[in-house]
Design a protein around this ligand. Structure first.
Ligand code: G6P
Length: 615
């Protein structure tokens, strides 16, 4: 959700903080602010709007100092206004806090503080925390780092909810304090300087050596060193990790938008997801990170997946493959529903959380719930060291590199490919023959090349988008393996173009959505020449009979279909289970070009956030 960047070292802090915030702007972009230690006090600049607005304010009213904290916000408590922007201060104005997450007992804390005479300057939960820290610090009657850490601990013990925090105290002018529970924080280790951020992308331009803080960790960072402790007084587990990607991986380069760059990266990210994971001799996949023996995997009699948004669509497709290849019953839930559903989870159940960020609050809660009930829990994650990657019993990384565009594209493609590898792995331990396994491996290997052929049609797809961009509503229709792609295509279009879109199983459309069909409502049909081809053609005719414009995603060279559709996007031939990957790339481009034609802010669509760390 929101982004945090903090710095302590020898360089001017403000430009470094603003640069770091720009790299995190995809996490929240409705207001921004910073606080810097200047002349024994905390100087602050903050405002509603994008980072550019903060940069403009800093140009007019500069701050100087080499120790600072900063924040880019996605509003939860109170609308995006200057007053609600972070940092927030205690009553003395000598303690400043930037915060990601939500403090659930904020109303109670506010009542308590108001009882002690506090008047709040903002509607945020964060201000309550800043004032609470200040209360404990004043009560202690002593000044300095030791007293401040005691006050910080005391305040955090009173807090119910999630937080990632960066904190300044003017009495400790050489220190940035950090604390984490439920919201990610990473320490960047530089030479004579340290960073604290909610995301490695904010620090990777300066250092690739990082420490992922665990829940309950507290840190005090100075230019020349740091101390880590835990809220529960246990010893903090500090491990230094090396980030694999460089800063360039999270830059747009020659592309107009991150989303377009990420769509075009897919042949490569797919190769990265597959690399080293083929065992051609046994016609299976190599998934060492599962941390399960073949014996344990054979005893899995049910799979329960949970995910949100685009990742949920990946799960739907993966679930179909698992049932198809491994004949293991598989249920796929929205994580937000799963966590309150109380489903029976036996010891034979394997739980799989699917998540790009590894930080989605509902998915994390679902994983914890599954573990609590005794299921073995795997995480399919992109972000290394993320909460879900750390808490899962095992898992598979996507290796897709940083995904910055808020609408997920390359992560989806890697998720489904990794799920195909999992389905193959389970299949070969259950029912799938060596010949079928080998065929699947060959077909997976061919996918990056086939995706390149879809990408080559970007300009054609742009022209189709231009024709239909003014429609008020779209239908996306597919059957069997293409049904999840219809859902994902509709989601992509609404996320970034703000056009209403519904994804549906094509035949089910007759039971309601067909009422929407008229000459102004385009229907996008996923109708490659697969096992459902004849069936979906009847559904297509039903729409045509009602004068609905048809955009068909069809197999290359399908001239019959070309005669029936108003526009055709051709994709290469592929086996039924894998063809959805190709149709999906076509629909990513359709959504992208539609949004661009409408002048939308493609990488930062309104109201959305890349990583949803609140419930
Ligand atoms: C947000 C993002 C979506 C993403 C979903 C789940 O809503 O905007 O693009 O699919 O969260 O995120 P995750 O990181 O768990 O895959």
């Amino acid at each position: 959700m929101c982004g945090i960047v903090a710095y302590v070292g020898g360089r001017p802090a403000a430009p470094l903080l603003v640069e770091g915030l720009r790299r995190l702007e995809y996490r929240g972009y409705d207001s921004a602010g910073l606080g810097v230690i200047q002349g024994g006090k905390i100087a602050t600049r903050k405002c509603a709007g994008r980072i550019d607005a903060l940069a403009a304010r800093l140009a007019e009213y500069p701050v100087s100092g080499t120790v600072g904290i900063s924040h880019t916000r996605w509003a939860t408590h109170g609308p995006p206004t200057d007053a609600n922007s972070h940092p927030h201060f205690d009553a003395s104005g000598r303690i400043a806090v930037v915060h990601n997450g939500v403090i659930e007992n904020c109303a109670e804390l506010k009542r308590l503080l108001e009882g002690r005479g506090h008047a709040f300057a903002s509607e945020t939960d964060t201000e309550a925390l800043a004032r609470l820290i200040g209360e404990f610090y004043t009560e202690a009657g002593e000044k300095g780092e030791a007293a401040f850490l005691i006050a910080l601990r005391a305040a955090l013990r009173r807090v119910v909810g999630a937080y990632g925090l960066a904190v300044l105290c003017a009495d400790c002018p050489d220190t940035v304090f950090g604390a984490r529970r439920g919201s990610p924080l990473v320490v960047g280790l530089g030479r004579g300087e340290h960073f604290l951020a909610s995301d490695v992308n904010a620090v990777v331009a300066h250092t690739r050596d990082v420490i992922y803080l665990g829940d309950g960790d507290l840190v005090a960072l100075r230019a020349d060193g740091f101390e880590a402790a835990r809220l529960d007084e246990r010893e903090a587990k500090i491990e230094v990790h090396r980030i694999e990607h460089d800063a360039g991986a999270a830059e747009k380069g020659e592309f107009a938008h991150f989303m377009l760059k990420e769509i075009f990266e897919q042949p490569q990210t797919l190769r990265n997801a597959l690399r080293g994971r083929f065992n051609t001799e046994d016609a299976t996949s190599v998934l060492g990170g599962l941390n399960m023996t073949a014996h344990e995997l054979r005893r899995v009699d049910r799979i329960q997946m949970a995910a949100c948004g685009t990742s949920w669509h990946a799960g739907l497709l993966g679930g179909m493959w698992i049932e198809e290849f491994a004949r293991i019953p598989c249920e796929v839930d929205y994580a937000s529903e799963f966590r309150y559903r109380n489903p029976p989870l036996g010891s034979g159940t394997l739980f799989v959380a699917i998540t790009q960020s590894g930080e989605t609050a509902d998915t994390l809660a679902a994983l914890r719930e599954a573990k609590r009930k005794g299921a073995r829990a795997l995480g399919i994650c992109n972000v290394v060291g993320s909460s879900i990657a750390r808490e899962a019993d095992g898992g598979i990384y996507l290796h897709a590199g940083p995904e910055v565009g808020v609408a997920s594209t390359k992560a989806f493609t890697s998720q489904v490919v990794v799920l195909a590898l999992l389905a193959l792995h389970l299949g070969r331990l259950h029912h799938l023959s060596a010949l079928e396994g080998a065929r699947l491996l060959r077909e997976l290997e061919a996918m990056p090349g086939k995706i390149e052929r879809v990408l080559a049609r970007s300009e054609e797809i742009r022209r189709i988008a231009a024709r239909y961009k003014d429609a008020a509503s779209f239908l996306f229709l597919g059957r069997r393996f293409n049904h999840p792609v219809a859902l994902e295509g509709a989601l992509k279009l609404k996320e970034i173009s703000y056009i209403h879109a519904e994804g549906y199983p094509a035949a089910e459309m007759k039971h309601g959505p067909i009422a929407l069909v008229d000459e102004k409502t385009p229907s996008v049909f996923l109708c490659p020449r697969d096992g459902m081809y004849e069936k979906i053609l009847s559904n297509l005719e039903e729409v045509r009979a009602r004068r609905g414009p048809v955009i068909a995603v069809a197999t290359e060279g399908d001239d019959d279909l070309a005669k029936k559709a108003d526009a055709v996007i051709e994709i290469p031939e592929a086996p039924d289970p894998l063809v959805p990957l190709l149709g999906n790339v076509a629909l990513q481009l359709l959504a992208y070009h539609t949004a661009v034609a409408l002048g939308r802010d493609v990488d930062r669509p309104r109201n959305l956030a890349k990583s949803v760390t609140v419930e």
